[in-house]
Design a protein around this ligand. Structure first.
Ligand code: FAD
Length: 364
């Protein structure tokens, strides 16, 4: 030892001390692992186990709070399915962004869209539906019970799932279109055309739906100005022919909408011819946007059958999807009618389908 000290210079001495400290640290670390790691692992396992056992179990889970979701909740609650409904980012659905609704039966004097949806919610609550604020962020429909993640933090297990996530209208993205939405700007001619009876209106869009909506408006309004961005329509030949043969539909080819004009309500539209750059201002009382809808079905991609536009496919005459115990209703599975009353009707069907499915499970 003395010799070692004798032959060791200052640097060698400090590295020996370092080695000593490191080996001491390693031994302490190993002792720590041996003594403390098993209890930590055990605690983590317990925690995980508790988490598993804490997963809420629901008989009937409804996603969406538009006319379809709330109607499903009313029927499911009355059938004692104890439904839990998550409202999503737009409690009340699409009708909360409109003003008067005059075509929903039971309201002889019409009703404001947002108020109508409060009525729906209150009725569902009175029946005993558990209505919750929250967004479904993930679903696992690969095995039963189905698992649903809410707000990226909570998982719920459900025996039956009713999807009523609706669809969103596509907009042009103009500031003026947003500002005058509900004040002459609309994405639904069947819903709002009536308010502009015997007046001049405009519509933008070039597909089958746009043609259908232009034809619908032509029966109510004096002139329908139809703006098409290109020199041709995307609509089927038969629909194009019908539009072209309708005397009071005036088609503007190669025409872009620049601005919807009016302070508090629509009074005209500014358009630009894309070939000549000529600007025109056309006096109209309403501006209809018919450039398509986007079904809110992204969560179910790869699990549920959907068409090329993303609409969920249900078996004819029912709300059954390709996965048993999973039902779809309202606009997310309906690209044809897209009305509150048809959405509510299919919500009723979904709850009845779920009731039958759950009843059969219990007796199996
Ligand atoms: C401007 C406008 C005016 C209209 N006017 C009329 C009218 O006068 N009469 C008429 O009959 N129809 C009208 N409609 C059409 C009508 O609003 C729809 O047909 C109807 O709302 C469809 O109902 P729904 O329940 O299928 O879906 P929506 O009303 O679209 O509701 C979908 C619901 O799903 C929820 N959701 C979506 N994703 C999630 C998720 N991940 N987690 C949880 N929840 C989710 C949303 O928050 C929303 O609550 C109008 C539509 C628009 C846009």
């Amino acid at each position: 030892m003395v010799r070692l000290w004798q032959h060791t210079d200052h640097k060698g001495c400090s590295s020996l001390i370092h080695i000593h400290i490191i080996s001491h640290f390693c031994i302490s670390f190993v002792i720590f692992i041996i003594l403390f790691l098993p209890p930590v692992i055990e605690r983590l396992q317990i925690k995980q186990h508790t988490k598993m056992s804490e997963i809420e179990k629901v008989h009937c889970f409804i996603i969406g709070s538009g006319p379809a979701g709330y109607t499903a909740a009313i029927y499911a609650a009355r059938a004692n399915l104890k439904p839990v409904l998550y409202q999503g980012l737009q409690p009340g659905g699409q009708l909360t962004i409109t003003t008067d609704v005059e075509n929903y039966p039971g309201y002889p004097n019409g009703i404001m869209g947002p108020q109508m949806m409060v009525d729906f919610e209150q009725q569902a609550q009175r029946m005993g539906a558990d209505i919750r604020w929250g967004m479904v962020t993930k679903v696992d429909l690969s095995k039963k019970p189905y698992r649903i993640e809410v707000d990226e933090e909570k998982w719920i297990e459900a025996d039956a799932v009713i999807i009523a996530t609706g669809a969103s209208a596509k907009w042009l993205g103009l500031e003026s279109e947003d500002r005058l939405n509900g004040h002459g700007v609309s994405a639904c001619a069947v819903c709002d055309g009536f308010f502009f009876k015997n007046q001049e209106v405009a519509i933008v869009g070039a597909g089958d739906t746009a043609c259908e909506e232009a034809l619908y408006l032509s029966k109510l309004c004096t002139i329908v100005h139809m703006f098409i961005r290109r020199s041709e329509m995307r609509a089927s030949k038969v629909m194009q022919d019908r539009v072209m043969k309708t005397a009071n539909i005036k088609v503007y080819w190669n025409t872009d909408t620049v601005e919807v004009m009016g302070e508090h309500k629509v009074d005209s539209v500014k358009v630009r011819n894309t070939q000549t750059n000529e600007i025109s201002i056309i006096p109209v009382k309403a501006f209809f946007v018919a450039i398509g809808h986007e079904p809110n079905s992204g969560l179910f991609k790869g699990m549920l059958d959907m068409d090329e536009q993303g609409y969920l496919i249900t078996q004819p005459g029912s709300t059954r999807t390709n996965i048993e115990g999973v039902f779809a209703c309202g606009d997310v599975q309906d690209k044809i009618y897209r009305q509150a009353v048809s959405a509510a009707g299919s919500g009723c069907m979904a709850a009845l389908d779920a009731e039958r499915y759950l009843g059969a499970l219990e007796h199996a």
